[in-house]
Design a protein around this ligand. Structure first.
Ligand code: WT7
Length: 652
């Protein structure tokens, strides 16, 4: 990637200072950067003391065999004790841990004392099923409290869990059970999705007929929907409400080594078989606990936190389960989709529970923009005080919309960059410190070392683009790819010697702040210039008629690649409007320069997304280049592609 190519195409001048009251009482101030800079390992050792250790660590980092890190290696602790029991011991048993909101409108309120009883019973149940420390447990559940309980029960007995998102197929489940060699599967009869029960258990039954899953001895089944006709294998399947319910309510947690495996989580990646990302205990919990405290400024006695992710993704692991609960937070757990039964459901939930901190993804924000400003305006969102974003680059216009229409033009927005592999947040503003810039994740968190390098691994000067790398190990880093150390080395540590290659393009602006530009595979080459899909998308979204855009480079005889844009219009805009495409092209030209003007712009009704909400540009490239579509199995809704292809002739 040449430097001039990404030379700040996008100019974003808007700035937002931290609110004075938040800055005055912020959990973390500018001093943290100084402390971490002066003594990085000492800084992390201090953060580790947020946790309760059975044996306090004396070592911080062992990097004697890079890139295989050991953090706090001689310390011992129990994760479930840290997330549950210690709060009860500190007299907080009556504090609400979870406000559960089911999609059909059923609710449950679970205090820390109740959570302790539930986790204890589930831990006993797993032990009775023969699960021992080190055995893997697959969890395939909807977003219900039992998912949180099951994870904590595994952690309590030292059995690494492997969550498989409930929207995945029997095939995907079988591959993951096989790779992790799971011994028990925890599932439910089904969950609720868009007002209807949707079965899960049949996918487990099917997965367990596949070769490589023979070691699964037991299937523990939560009754959620009560639907008829789910299969039952005597001797293997047990009901949670029978088997877990009859267990003792007290359980003594046992401490494990800081480097004991906590979980495996599979990332799909774009090619090849899914990678089982391995996270361990002490360093992981330290970083997710610290970042949750610092980046959201969590005040556990008064805040109501809501992370809208699914527990099946890393965001759910780190910022629904381990981060918030280790901090004694009160949080919302919502089972369903944002538009069921109506497009104001999320805002209704914010109002109902008085949510103060909301953490969600750009895809959800853009959907809300598309549905219209009047929908959130109907609800009282005045409780909100910090908003977070994660998962994709957030277009500046979506950022500003989020702040204005959800945050009442009052709340800081923190754009947090991280990955399944990093375990916790890495680059983000701090709400009481950083003057924020819409669209930029800005600065590495205290104790984190990230920068942007060119092809030769040289750090680029401010105002230039290249590849995002992490230059020092961090506590919640992945330890390896499960069962495949070589692939761990090849994927992350061989592109730039001694540096972790994240796979994302990035640039530093004139202040040295970091802007994420999307996956490096998505960068386009147009007449000798590298142009980021993210920047062209952001330029399109900054036009008042556009809610969402996906941009790809299609092979072109004249320019190597030509920019093709697929856009979703905002409510009220007309796709047939004369001159619309020309107007959008001109707008991009004005924002970014003539080189970035899309050659083709196609208004569409939907965009292809992965189940975690990321746009699948690969498939759009297939469409733009008139190829047969590649693998569509990870799409949320494969009919979207038929829709787009049918619209295609209008483009040329
Ligand atoms: C990839 C990691 C982190 C939890 C959810 C996704 C993209 C993530 C941002 C952000 C720009 C972002 C990157 C990254 N990404 N957050 N704030 N700005 N891009 O976890 O599925 O492992 O995906 O998501 O491309 O590499 P994941």
């Amino acid at each position: 990637m040449s430097n001039e190519s990404l030379a700040n195409l996008l100019k974003e001048e808007r700035r937002f200072a931290p609110p004075a009251d938040l800055a005055a009482s912020a959990n973390v101030t500018a001093e943290a950067y100084e402390q971490a800079k002066a003594d990085r390992l000492g800084f992390w050792a201090a953060q580790a003391r947020r946790l309760s250790w059975e044996t306090e660590p004396t070592e911080v980092l062992d990097w004697s065999n890079p890139p295989f890190a050991k953090w706090f290696a001689d310390g011992r602790l129990n994760v479930a004790y840290n997330c549950v029991d210690r709060h009860v011991e500190n007299g907080l048993g009556d504090r609400v841990a979870l406000h559960f909101e089911g999609e059909p409108g059923d609710t449950r309120t679970i205090t820390y004392a109740e959570l302790q009883r539930e986790v204890s019973k589930a831990a006993h149940a797993l032990t009775e099923l023969g699960v021992q420390a080190g055995d893997r447990v697959a969890i395939y559940l909807p977003m219900i409290p039992e998912a949180v309980v099951a994870m904590l029960a595994c952690a309590r007995i030292g059995a690494p869990h492997s969550l498989v998102f409930g929207g995945f197929s029997a095939d995907a489940l079988a591959t993951r059970i096989n790779d992790a060699d799971a011994r028990v599967v925890i599932t439910a009869d089904g969950g609720y999705r868009r007002g209807k029960p949707s079965a899960l258990k049949p996918a487990v039954d099917e997965a367990l007929t596949r070769p490589g899953t023979e070691n699964v001895r037991s299937v523990l089944v939560v009754r959620r929907t009560g639907q008829e006709g789910i299969g039952w294998t005597e001797g293997r399947d047990v009901w949670w409400h029978e088997f877990v319910e009859r267990q003792p309510e007290e359980h003594t947690p046992q401490a494990f080594d800081a480097e004991h495996p906590l979980f495996i989580l599979y990332t799909s990646g774009t090619t090849g078989k899914p990678k089982g990302i391995l996270h361990t205990t002490g360093g992981y919990l330290t970083q997710v606990s610290y970042t949750h405290h610092a980046v959201f400024d969590l005040k556990p006695e008064s805040d109501v936190f809501w992370c809208t992710a699914d527990v099946g993704w890393v965001t759910g692991h780190s910022y629904i389960v381990y981060g918030p609960l280790s901090n004694g937070a009160t949080e919302v757990l919502y089972e369903g989709t944002p538009d069921s039964p109506h497009q104001g459901r999320w805002w209704e939930i914010v109002q109902k529970y008085g949510v103060t901190i909301l953490y969600t993804a750009p895809t959800a924000i853009r959907a809300a923009m598309k549905w219209g400003d009047d929908i959130p305006a109907k609800f009282d969102l005045s409780s909100l005080r910090v908003l977070g974003s994660v998962g994709e680059p957030i277009n500046p216009e979506a950022w500003v919309w989020y702040r204005k229409h959800i945050g009442g033009d009052r709340t800081p927005v923190v754009d947090t960059w991280w990955q399944t592999e990093t375990g916790g947040m890495m680059i983000s503003p701090l709400p009481g410190v950083t003057e924020t810039k819409p669209g930029s994740a800005q600065v590495p968190l205290p104790g984190i070392a990230a920068t942007v390098v060119d092809d030769e691994a040289r750090e680029v000067p401010d105002g230039s683009g290249g590849y995002l790398v992490l230059t020092e190990p961090w506590p919640s880093m992945l330890r390896t790819i499960w069962g495949d150390d070589q692939r761990y080395l090849d994927t992350y540590w061989s592109r730039f010697e001694g540096k972790y290659f994240a796979g994302d393009g990035a640039k530093k602006d004139d202040d040295g702040d970091i802007w994420l530009l999307g996956r490096v595979d998505d960068v386009m080459l147009v007449s000798g210039h590298n142009i980021s899909t993210t920047e062209v998308e952001s330029a399109l979204v900054s036009h008042p008629k556009v809610a969402e855009a996906a941009v790809v480079g299609a092979t072109d005889p004249q320019t190597t690649q030509a920019i093709c844009a697929f856009v979703i219009l905002r409510g009220g805009a007309d796709a047939e409007e004369e001159g619309l495409v020309e107007e959008l092209r001109a707008h991009v030209g004005k924002q970014l320069g003539p080189i970035a003007k899309p050659k083709r712009i196609l208004p569409v009704a939907e965009l292809p997304k992965t189940r975690s909400g990321k746009i699948m540009r690969r498939l759009l490239r297939d469409v733009a280049e008139h190829r047969t579509l590649g693998d569509v199995t990870t799409l949320t809704d494969s009919s979207v592609m038929d829709l787009i292809q049918n619209q295609l002739p209008a483009a040329s």
